[in-house]
Design a protein around this ligand. Structure first.
Ligand code: OKP
Ligand code: ZN
Length: 354
């Protein structure tokens, strides 16, 4: 089939399981503020892509096997998430009872970790206060990762490209750590699946550094991780994402960080993007995973870059032109009312449709 014709759509995996993970608040310097990572993000993207007739939507029939997740994550961390999620009301009650404050429990029943040890250790896997666990969280997270697995699966079966409408996002989740709205690293899980084709490149164009993905493949020379993001001196996740971080052991040189300052203009951004693309070409991967964040948008409430809607079409077109088997994984993007337009622009570029 001619991929330039008008009925060309991208297979897109989606599940409504994410609706059951819906924290309402996050903690910002002593204040409760509305949770940025809202369910409507994914619904708006899905609806806009369907209205533009750009996608063939598929829903997985069941969750992936835990063994697939264990390629990227410590089994203890997976158990911890499952256990807290299954027993969240008891866990919260236990904490309040220590202080004889059971009567104060009003909540929407999300377990917010309050201790962030410098090194994640058994029972302490969450490293920030914006990644709470509710009773629907484990199933939502498992299904989010399943969308990544199924997207990789269709690409392994010969589909040129596929899109996973993941929520929660994943790129801040490390091998034994969860944070930044992320629990399982969907992009890394897709990359492990795609290794059946050979070496894999991951291009992370979310506004924030994908510290989890960097962690998971730090020592792996078969997976190139390239990140374009806000300089960690200025923005989340603060402790990782510097240019000097290049990979470990036999994998030195297979982690490329391209930090940019707040307020970077679109031309400078695109120049850096093309530098990332050149590094990927030089690596000659057999497949590509894109961590696709829309928080680089000029109107994003937590990102301070300045891309506009048409720039996403450019990004999509130039990534797709690499001609690699490619899985797109949804990460961030918080300008709720414009997310649909960004996604439509991006996938028009990917599909070379007007
Ligand atoms: C997740 B992804 C807002 C604080 C936000 C967490 C950001 C997580 C971003 N004032 N801190 O990379 O889009
Ligand atoms: Zn982000």
């Amino acid at each position: 089939m001619d991929r330039h014709n008008d009925t060309n759509r991208i297979i897109t995996f989606y599940s409504n399981a994410h609706l059951n993970h819906s924290p309402q608040i996050e903690f910002l310097h002593g204040q409760n503020v509305p949770y940025f990572e809202k369910t409507s993000r994914i619904e708006n993207i899905r609806k806009a892509l369907q209205a533009a007739d750009l996608i063939n939507l598929r829903e997985p029939e069941k969750s992936a096997d835990v063994a697939v997740i264990e390629q990227a994550h410590d089994a203890g961390m997976i158990d911890y998430l499952r256990n807290v999620s299954a027993n969240v009301e008891d866990r919260i009650r236990d904490s309040f009872s220590i202080y004889h404050m059971e009567d104060e429990i009003k909540g929407d029943n999300y377990f917010y970790e309050s201790i962030f040890p410098p090194v994640p250790s058994p029972n302490f896997y969450i490293y920030d206060s914006v990644s709470p666990i509710g009773k629907g969280t484990y199933d939502a997270v498992m299904m989010s990762a399943t969308l990544a697995v199924e997207s990789a699966e269709v690409v392994l079966n010969g589909e040129k490209q596929a899109f996973a409408l993941c929520r929660p996002p994943g790129h801040h989740a490390g091998r034994r750590s969860m944070g930044g709205y992320c629990y399982f690293n969907n992009a890394s899980i897709a990359a492990y699946q795609l290794k059946k084709l050979g070496n894999v490149a991951i291009l992370d164009i979310d506004y924030h550094h994908g510290n989890g993905t960097q962690d998971i493949f730090w020592d792996d020379p078969e997976v190139l991780v390239v990140n374009i993001h806000a300089d960690p001196k200025m923005d989340y996740p603060y402790y990782a994402g510097h240019a000097r971080e290049q990979g470990g052991g036999s994998a030195v040189g297979t982690n490329l960080n391209l930090p940019l300052p707040h307020g970077v203009d679109a031309d400078q951004y695109l120049e850096t993007f093309r530098q990332a693309v050149r590094r990927i070409l030089q690596f000659q991967p057999s497949a590509l995973v894109v961590s696709l964040g829309f928080d680089t948008y000029q109107g994003d409430p937590i990102g301070l870059f300045s891309l506009d809607i048409p720039h996403y079409e450019t990004l999509g077109r130039e990534i797709s032109a690499l001609g690699l088997p490619t899985v797109y994984i949804q990460e961030g993007g918080y300008a709720i009312d414009q997310l649909g337009e960004m996604a439509v622009s991006f996938f028009r570029g990917v599909l070379e449709r007007r």
